[in-house]
Design a protein around this ligand. Structure first.
Ligand SMILES: O=C(O)CCC(=O)C(=O)O
Length: 289
């Protein structure tokens, strides 16, 4: 469990990296499951599989992907197709720590995904906050990123702007479209002083839903695999459809159901749900526009 100092660090800076948060056996199961999906991706030339809303479960980066150099970048809702992932998200040290950081009477699971960056692939994530993708009546929400393999400076680590969770919510819209990233002006002004979240396998980075973050390409021979789960306070009710719905949406991972709705003031435009397999498509459409 987390110490008071760790909890304070999260509240002060908007993020926290915890080492050795999951045991080696669980990690090995998660890794071998991912490796089997990477092998499967070699037989596909476009996104495949289906999730509950009919969109693809497995997303590849069309710029890079081939059987020799696969670029599987996203597995949506792995909790639905793998017990190892379901346990890691719903009844684990990760869900307990997330509950401690969120505080309050109870914590719910919102959605999950694996973001993969295979060796020497260009997949990157532009600067954004998570809350504008998943607005709720209050922002006691966080994203937990479990490092299934080592995350280094070279394999495309998450980059976060400490304390940005205390600032405003920025627009993720451009020319009447939800583009899932902040503008170039905000990036230049607010995203220059960032820290990388690196760590050995089994580390978890927790970040507040308002924190500005991004990540660059993998320029190394080491794959980067993150299992990303989002949690919210039990009394935070969603204001827009879940971008990655699953049968586990809303499951209580700790505490009790109060039936309350807690509201805190925030102003934002509600997001559009992506048509493609993931938000990479939304950010790429913006880059092409
Ligand atoms: O996979 C990454 O590097 C970034 C993940 C991310 O931006 C998110 O989960 O919101």
């Amino acid at each position: 469990m987390l110490t008071n100092e760790q909890i304070q660090h999260y509240h002060d800076h908007g993020y926290l990296v915890v080492e050795d948060a999951i045991d080696t056996r669980e990690l090995t199961d998660l890794l071998s499951q991912i490796q089997s999906w990477v092998d499967e991706s070699k037989t596909h030339t476009e996104a495949w599989g289906t999730t509950v809303d009919g969109r693809a479960r497995f997303d590849i980066d069309p710029k890079d992907h081939s059987a020799e150099n696969p670029s599987l970048r996203r597995i949506t809702s792995p909790t639905e197709i793998s017990d190892a992932f379901a346990n890691a998200a719903l009844q684990s040290t990760m869900s307990e720590m997330a509950s401690q950081l969120i505080g309050g009477k109870g914590t719910r699971f919102h959605h999950s995904k694996v973001n993969a960056k295979l060796p020497n692939t260009s997949t990157s994530v532009k600067w954004h906050q998570d809350f504008p993708f998943t607005p709720h009546t209050n922002d006691d929400m966080l994203t937990a990123l479990l490092m299934i393999g080592e995350v280094t400076m070279e394999n495309g680590p998450l980059l976060v702007v400490p304390e940005s969770h205390k600032g405003e919510l920025f627009s993720h819209w451009e020319d009447g479209k939800f583009v899932g990233k902040v503008s170039g002006a905000i990036e230049a002004k607010k995203c220059q002083e960032f820290v990388p979240c690196i760590g050995k396998p089994g580390s978890i980075c927790f970040m507040h839903s308002r924190l500005l973050h991004s990540s660059g390409p993998n320029t190394s021979d080491l794959p980067r695999y993150l299992f990303i789960s989002v949690y919210n306070a039990e009394d935070a009710q969603p204001l827009s459809p879940n971008p990655l719905p699953s049968k586990h949406e809303g499951v209580l991972v700790s505490g009790e159901l109060t039936g309350n709705v807690r509201l805190t003031p925030n102003t934002l435009k509600l997001p559009e749900v992506p048509d493609g397999a993931s938000f990479f498509t939304q950010q790429e459409m913006a880059a092409m526009a």
